[in-house]
Design a protein around this ligand. Structure first.
Ligand code: HEC
Ligand code: HEC
Ligand code: HEC
Ligand code: HEC
Ligand code: HEC
Length: 361
């Protein structure tokens, strides 16, 4: 009811808006004692800048992100001093400065998906992120599973079942949060996508599965679940009530980033091909359009024959092949269509420019 009233208030406030729902982890599947929309929004005084519970966008995000429970470390904490100044320090993209910056070749976003969220022509977390839907299509390479896959997982809580659970996640899973709980019988489990609601009467169980045998993968194929996921139990559980919590999601991006689209929406001058770099007279520092590494093209686009088709890892082995180092956060990723993009070399956050460290992303 509170959520419904809030939604009515938001609609009344902001005019004819499409209904907004939130995906995990910004949902009652993950947020302990969640109140739904009111985790971030306030009903009373909900006019103008007080649409959200905190005074400004950074404070809305960090009110949770700098106070997450110990098991929630993804992305880490956020401090203004983390913002990068090339050549000086920091490990994150800026989030609080003017959208125009001649030094770093930034201009206001060309995409209205972003420009609507730059109040006063200033960047904020919500310029690049929409905290409601975690669109898989906008960041297919950034799928994130909150627990280790292919590994025996101890229970998150509940009565001891005697079993461990192993999770497998196939291609392009749907963003969602899960509680897998043994019951109603010891050879069954149920699935909830909102088990952490503050009001326990609001918790719903979408499906019941039968555990036919130990060490047998059971796809989560019931309606509301996702057949790309499957779970395996190490032994037949001996008691009900034990549960495992996890979520699968993507970084809540407002527009596609996989081919570098998000970056060049604001850094359009750097959207250069090898032709621009090699033969254009309209580029170069004096023109206001600094030369950049080519993007939007596959290795060897210029036929020069000096690019490797797969980048090497820092230890000299081919990335993804035997002998690569164990650190996936230093990999130079080609886009889903095999091209070099801004995010082949850069990451928006938690990028300390040191290939020896494992970054928190
Ligand atoms: C994780 C925090 C969070 C949650 C949970 C959340 N919102 Fe939002 N919402 C925001 C922020 C931040 C904004 C402001 C976006 C901006 O910067 O303009 C916003 C803006 C909105 C807007 C204005 C249109 C827009 O997209 O900017 C509507 C409507 C809205 N939220 C509805 C909802 C509803 C309904 C729910 C519950 C299903 C909900 N929100 C849950 C953070 C959240
Ligand atoms: C009500 C609490 C809450 C608020 C407010 C909140 N978040 Fe989150 N967010 C979370 C939790 C919990 C996670 C999961 C963290 C983890 O697993 O370690 C998360 C994860 C994320 C992720 C990563 C999702 C993934 O799996 O790839 C992004 C991106 C994100 N938040 C952005 C934002 C932004 C931007 C804001 C402000 C507009 C915001 N969040 C506000 C609770 C919150
Ligand atoms: C200029 C665009 C931009 C801004 C501004 C921005 N982000 Fe992000 N964020 C991204 C992109 C792109 C990703 C995808 C991950 C990547 O590229 O490594 C991401 C990923 C994340 C993640 C997942 C963890 C990680 O490091 O990948 C979290 C959490 C997050 N952002 C929170 C925030 C918060 C909180 C703010 C404001 C303090 C913010 N972001 C501002 C673009 C942005
Ligand atoms: C919404 C506009 C916007 C988007 C989207 C955006 N940038 Fe930026 N970028 C800026 C602005 C503005 C600055 C200058 C910030 C400052 O230093 O004041 C900047 C600065 C930078 C810097 C210098 C470090 C810093 O934070 O000052 C790098 C590197 C960078 N951007 C890379 C990227 C990459 C890679 C992407 C895509 C993941 C991206 N940008 C997406 C606007 C944007
Ligand atoms: C092939 C790898 C690579 C690609 C692709 C790449 N960058 Fe960079 N970028 C770098 C490196 C390395 C630096 C640091 C250069 C230095 O220290 O002189 C850098 C520096 C920057 C800076 C800091 C200011 C400067 O010019 O030194 C910005 C802003 C930036 N890149 C934006 C982008 C954007 C936007 C894209 C996509 C259009 C992009 N980069 C594509 C590797 C890359």
């Amino acid at each position: 009811m509170r959520a419904l009233r809030l939604f009515a208030a938001l609609v009344a406030l902001a005019g004819p808006l499409v209904a907004r729902a939130t995906d995990a982890p910004h949902a009652a599947s993950v947020i302990q004692n969640s109140t739904g929309c009111e985790d971030c929004h306030m009903l009373h005084f909900a006019v103008g800048p007080t649409l959200t519970k905190q005074a400004d966008n950074f404070t809305v995000c960090t009110s949770c992100h700098n106070n997450l429970a110990a098991s929630f470390t993804f992305g880490g904490k956020w401090y203004s001093s983390d913002q990068g100044t090339p050549g000086a320090g920091g490990h994150s993209h800026h989030w609080n400065t003017s959208t125009t910056n001649a030094t770093y070749g930034a201009t206001p976003p060309t995409s209205s998906a972003l420009s609507s969220y730059t109040p006063g022509n200033v960047l904020q977390c919500s310029t690049c992120h929409d905290p409601h839907p975690a669109s898989a299509a906008n960041a297919p390479a950034n799928v994130h599973v909150s627990v280790a896959t292919g590994t025996a997982l101890a229970q998150s809580g509940g009565a001891t079942s005697g079993a461990t659970m192993t999770l497998a996640v196939g291609a392009t899973p749907v963003p969602n949060g899960y509680r897998i709980q043994i019951g109603p019988a010891a050879n069954q489990f149920q699935v909830s996508h909102n088990a952490r609601y503050q009001s326990t009467t609001s918790v719903t169980w979408t499906s019941t599965y039968t555990i036919t045998a130990a060490n047998t993968a059971i796809p989560l194929s019931a309606a509301g679940d996702d057949p790309a996921l499957s779970v395996t139990f190490s032994t037949m559980p001996t008691a009900t009530g034990g549960y495992w919590d996890f979520y699968v999601s993507y970084p809540f991006l407002r527009m596609a980033a996989g081919e570098g689209e998000l970056c060049v929406s604001c850094h359009a001058a750097r959207n250069q091909t090898h032709t621009d770099v090699e033969s254009s007279t309209t580029y170069g520092w004096g023109s206001g359009k600094p030369f950049s590494h080519p993007v939007g093209e596959a290795p060897n686009a210029n036929g020069g024959g000096y690019d490797l088709s797969t980048p090497l890892d820092v230890n000299g082995a081919v990335q993804g092949a035997a002998g690569k180092d164990a650190n996936a956060t230093n990999d130079l990723l080609l886009s889903p269509t095999g091209k070099v993009t801004c995010v082949s070399c850069h990451a928006a956050h938690n990028a300390d420019s040191n290939s020896q460290t494992v970054d928190a992303r």
